[in-house]
Design a protein around this ligand. Structure first.
Ligand SMILES: Nc1nc2c(ncn2[C@@H]2O[C@H](COP(=O)(O)OP(=O)(O)OP(=O)(O)O)[C@@H](O)[C@H]2O)c(=O)[nH]1
Ligand SMILES: [Mg+2]
Length: 344
């Protein structure tokens, strides 16, 4: 308790330690009940759709809180989206049951995934029932969004390249819910039909072969097997909606709710694994920071660098000494902290 009270800056450490020590009753199980990643090409309507889903969710459950994490790409090409997102989300600005948090990223989630996880957890602790994480689908981000969400929603819209390109981008493996948006446009129905037949064909080809890499497909077959990302829990489903005009949104939200109710327990297991990964990442990062701090203090004429230069110590042995020195310093620091805690 004293760490929490006296050293608030150490809160993240306390968080990680609690997750590692008490997995049966810790924060990973208090994450939002539904954690949905929303991704897709720039301009396909992710923000408009998220906004519509938030509204529909609030109407269904007036007493439940909703969170939105909008990962804003800071790329000059889509920089304008930042303001657009904020303006659209302003609709919920006066709704005390909706929390919106924007985060900047340079084109993809990358190292930001850790930050997104943290924000999602805080939203869960605040009591958000459902959290939507919106990321622009460029390159790897749709794969990365799967590492922070239970369900990955891929948004498509007519006029954004054909669906064959979609397959090449590897989206098929990642998506759980494929939403063709802008249904009010005439080309949307064709895109939806195409997508459906591709999913069916890929599913037929892949039946009984889940997990087989796409490279194992029959060369004559135009579509790769429908392999799924690790952790995928449902068979992919498609939807045709108009985020702006409304049709289809209620059905989509209904499906989210049904899937959430059916898969909640499976997701808990998935979340536990995500949390374990997070602890591992955090430990490695912290160890790296401490080792770098030790290295910064080393001069070229000091041990063990000098010994390596003189040829009396191997590089590997020098690395071992730096590690030992780091542990020694940490030990000293640790005992000081404990003394401090005992005194309080
Ligand atoms: N016709 C039509 N236009 C839509 C629909 N949904 C969104 N749009 C329009 O599509 C444009 C992009 O919408 P956004 O919601 O900003 O798309 P986004 O995917 O969040 O865009 P980025 O965040 O920049 O990647 C806007 O001009 C919207 O008004 C729809 O259902 N029908
Ligand atoms: Mg957007």
């Amino acid at each position: 308790m004293s760490v929490l009270a006296d050293q608030p800056h150490r809160l993240p450490e306390v968080y990680h330690a609690a997750a590692a020590l008490e997995p049966a009753d810790s924060e990973w199980s208090r994450l939002p009940r539904l954690l949905i990643g929303v991704t897709g090409a720039p301009g396909c309507g992710k923000s408009t759709l998220t906004d519509a889903m938030v509204r529909a969710w609030r109407e269904r459950h007036p007493a439940r809180m909703v969170g939105v994490v909008a990962v804003d790409p800071s790329s000059p090409f889509s920089g304008g989206a930042v303001l657009g997102d904020r303006v659209r989300m302003m609709r919920h600005a006066t709704d005390p049951m909706v929390f919106v948090r924007s985060m900047a990223s340079r084109g993809h989630l990358g190292g930001l995934a850790l930050g997104v996880k943290g924000v999602v957890r805080v939203l869960g602790l605040l009591g958000c029932d459902v959290v939507f994480v919106e990321t622009v689908g460029v390159g790897q981000s749709e794969v990365e969004v799967a590492s922070v969400a239970d369900l990955v929603m891929i948004v498509l819209a007519p006029g954004q390249g054909d669906s064959v390109q979609l397959l090449k981008a590897g989206l098929m493996e990642v998506g759980d819910l494929f939403v063709v948006n802008k249904a009010d446009r005439p080309e949307a129905a064709r895109l939806h039909a195409e997508l459906l037949s591709m999913l069916r064909a890929a599913g037929d080809a892949g039946a009984g072969h889940h997990g087989v890499p796409a490279a194992d497909t029959d060369d004559d077959y135009p579509f790769p097997l429908l392999t799924r990302r690790p952790g995928a829990t449902i068979e992919p489903r498609t939807f045709l909606v108009s985020a702006e005009k409304g049709p289809g949104v209620a059905e989509l939200v209904e499906a989210l709710e049904t899937v959430g109710a059916e898969h909640g327990t499976v997701w808990l297991e998935h979340r536990r694994r995500m949390m374990e990964d997070e602890v591992r990442e955090a430990v490695l990062e912290e160890a790296g920071n401490q080792l770098r701090a030790t290295l910064r203090g080393l001069q070229a004429d000091e041990e063990p660098v000098a010994a390596v230069l003189e040829g009396t110590l191997s590089v590997a042995a020098a690395a071992g000494r730096v590690l030992a020195e780091t542990c020694r310093r940490q030990g000293r620091q640790g005992s000081r902290t404990e003394d401090g805690e005992r005194k309080t």
